[in-house]
Write a new protein. Sequence first.
Length: 141
Amino acid sequence: MTRIKNPPLRTLLSAFFCTTALVLLLSGTAFGEGTGKGRTDFQKLEGRWVRPDGGYVIELRDAKKDGTVTAAYFNPVPIRVHSASLARKNGTVKLYLELRDINYPGSIYRLVYDAAADRLKGTYFQAVYKQLFDVEFTRAR
């Protein structure tokens, strides 16, 4: 290995490599967090998702790396979304969505993204009747 004998050049190269490493860490690409075209796993879920068994719609926007997401729910009219969040666990992306509105007093979706099928699958807790249902959403085209 050749040692750089010029101290200013060594300092310049060190600064360059440190800056490059910092940029990669902050962008998420150093550890494979970023995915094609600069979109994160969470951002891939942005869009409209339809539940085939009833036409219910989840709309996701502004997904951030920290798991925050803006969500809307329609049946077919808008239903108030109390909270929504995304999480990654063991390589799986999960969506939590809580509804609080008339006839939706704390109804909850817990969904997992199936990347191979491009679907959201999981459960829906219907708070009024205290029943749990298996559900699935497909991406609206």
